[in-house]
Ligand binder design. Structure first.
Ligand SMILES: [Cu+2]
Length: 157
């Protein structure tokens, strides 16, 4: 019995599945609340682990809010960067590419001060454990290697 194209795909997927260990997670900021005022984003982030490769999605009504990626100082003081740096699509997707602290604020006047700000810590991607390299029987070879030139030196001197 020949496999249908779909059957073939399933077979391939089954074979590849065990190798696909690292799965990027997608976080909708604020879940059903989305990106808005009057929501506690610190509490929202508290029980989550963000890793390199994961995705943040800021959802909001276009024009009502926006997203600025800022530094820690601007986050604390709610300093809004130039408007040209704003994300404004209403479904802004940000791939977390680098480990460390990340700060996001809304740039609509008063919103950041009203608590529309998110700080997260992105963890490095966890890789599958690699076995420690076995001790090499040739570990002391450098001594032997050093011995040869010395001997040659003696011979040719
Ligand atoms: Cu806002």
């Amino acid at each position: 019995m020949a496999l249908s194209p779909l059957g073939m795909l399933l077979v391939i997927a089954t074979i590849l599945l065990p190798f696909n260990i690292v799965v990027a997670k997608e976080f909708v900021v604020g879940d059903d609340h989305g990106w808005t005022i009057g929501f506690d984003y610190a509490a929202w982030a508290a029980d989550k682990t963000f890793q390199v490769g994961d995705l943040l999605v800021f959802k909001y009504a276009v024009g009502k809010h926006n997203v600025f990626k800022v530094n820690g100082t601007a986050f604390q003081s709610c300093t809004i960067p130039p408007a040209s740096e704003a994300l404004t699509t209403g479904s802004d997707r940000i791939v977390l590419a680098i480990p460390g602290r990340k700060w996001y604020i809304c740039g609509v006047v008063g919103h950041c001060n009203a608590g529309q700000k998110l700080v997260i810590t992105v963890q490095p991607q966890t890789l599958p454990p690699t076995p420690a390299p076995a001790p090499s029987p040739f570990q002391h070879r450098p001594h032997f290697g050093r011995w040869i030139p010395k001997k040659l030196f003696t011979i040719f001197h």
